[in-house]
Design a protein. Structure first.
Length: 440
């Protein structure tokens, strides 16, 4: 399981999944960049807000994934189904509650945070439709937790490309009003994403029911809720949920602070975000693989292999990302043109694009380390590290936006602060922490 071949076998379907998922995000940004600068900026706020909500559901599913991975490593296959079954019910209920809260809550929240009336209106227009995808998203991440946990990730590739194709098609139809469809602008981007998520979720359900050995894993067999098991999942996932929520909420505040600098600064930052998400793909795929491999290794009693594995994958991650970061640093303009055709905006975005190129090298190494920490089952420690790091991160962002009013690229140096501190804490824990004694 720790050979390059095994790592690649688990990683490449996740990698293709993330490619397809980011096609969705990049397409939204690229299309809206050609609608207008306000829509481009508003999609950043709306996208990061939705991402924060998504990450809460993802955090719960990763708790389930860690537990599934541990049982898979122990070859206790019949114990995997109850984890998935109960986790899916909780995810659907929680997703519905989040949706019901978001419908009235989003306009109120954005009114409080967003300074520009035009950005506010466009952000709310996007999220008014986008929030209906929450339930489908929460179901989708539970399917993902099952397939990643048992290290059978090929289905995720099919799902992601289906999502991307549907989303790009409906973006083209609904944002610009092609083929007789209404021209909805930023609202069309929200609607197309919901349609794509719904199609993806139902495809996963069909695949699991007809293509997976349901009896082997005990899937779809819920007579009553197993609250003890749910408690085990929550014991792992609640800290991941809080970690993700705090991290992405802080990133949302980052964009709120940027928005106060002006509509142009927000548009530049969304272009930077688009490149960041594109460059994150290889490391994110490897990090997901590391998380489940670490859990499987510990379940199989091979704890001594954990740290060498994390070091190995972190090095592979940097080697994969470094060439792309160098290219985007030296030639930022062609990549900026993916997101806008405005010559002035392209020119002013170069600085942020170069900052993001360097930041992604740090991300590619230290994100692997932090996913290794979570894979050990000590999610409380990962949350503590995140809180410490985010305190320094937000202090830097506040200082550069409110005290010295620095340029937008200087504000983006906050990514260097975040990943350096997070990585040092993660490594210290792996070498000197008590994770070897953790039982789940």
């Amino acid at each position: 399981m720790t050979s390059n071949k095994d790592i690649l076998k688990i990683t490449y379907p996740i990698l293709l999944t993330l490619v397809a998922q980011n096609v969705v995000s990049i397409t939204n940004t690229a299309f809206l960049g050609r609608v207008g600068e306000v829509e481009l900026g508003a999609s950043a706020l709306g996208g990061v807000f939705y991402f924060a909500v998504y990450m809460v559901g993802l955090g719960f599913s990763i708790g389930a994934q860690i537990l599934i991975g541990r049982r898979n490593g122990e070859a206790n296959y019949l114990q995997i189904g109850p984890i998935f079954n109960n986790g899916m019910i909780i995810s659907l209920v929680f997703g519905t509650l989040v949706l019901l809260i978001s419908i009235p809550g989003v306009p109120f929240l954005m009114k409080y945070f967003v300074h520009s009336p035009r950005i506010y209106s466009a952000t709310v227009a996007y999220l008014d439709w986008r929030v209906y995808g929450i339930v489908f998203t929460y179901a989708g991440v539970m399917f993902r937790s099952f397939f990643v946990g048992i290290t059978q990730t090929k289905i995720l590739t099919y799902t992601a490309f289906l999502t991307a194709i549907v989303n790009v098609l409906f973006d083209y139809l609904l944002i610009f009003g092609n083929w007789g469809f209404p021209k909805l602008g930023i609202e069309g981007a929200g609607i197309s994403s919901v349609i794509a998520e719904a199609v993806s979720t139902f495809y996963c359900l069909w695949f699991m029911y007809y293509k997976v050995d349901v009896k082997r894993y005990g899937l779809f067999q819920v007579r009553k809720m197993d609250w003890k098991l749910i408690g085990q999942v929550l014991d792992l996932s609640v800290f991941i949920m809080l970690q993700f929520l705090s991290a992405i909420s802080t990133w949302f505040l980052f964009f709120i602070f940027i928005e106060r600098m002006g509509e142009r600064s927000l548009a530049i930052s969304n272009i930077g975000r688009g490149l960041y998400m594109l460059l994150m793909i290889p490391a994110s795929a490897l990090a997901t693989a590391v998380n489940t491999i670490v859990s499987n290794l510990i379940g199989a009693g091979r704890k001594e292999e954990v740290v060498p594995l994390i070091n190995k994958v972190a090095l592979i991650s940097v080697l994969l990302v470094l060439p792309f970061s160098i290219i985007t640093f030296i030639f930022p303009i062609p990549f900026t043109m993916l997101f806008t055709d405005n010559p002035e905006l392209i020119r002013e975005s170069i600085g942020v694009m170069r900052v993001v190129s360097v930041a992604n090298v740090l991300f590619s190494f230290f994100f692997i380390v932090m996913n290794g920490v979570s894979g050990t089952g000590n999610t409380r420690t990962a949350l503590l590290f995140d809180i410490i790091t985010l305190s320094f991160y937000m202090a830097y962002v506040y200082y550069t936006t409110h005290v010295i009013t620095a340029s937008v690229e200087v504000v983006w140096y906050a990514e260097y602060v975040y990943w350096t501190i997070m990585g040092v804490l993660g490594y210290a824990y792996l070498y000197w922490g008590n994770w070897r004694k953790k039982e789940i």
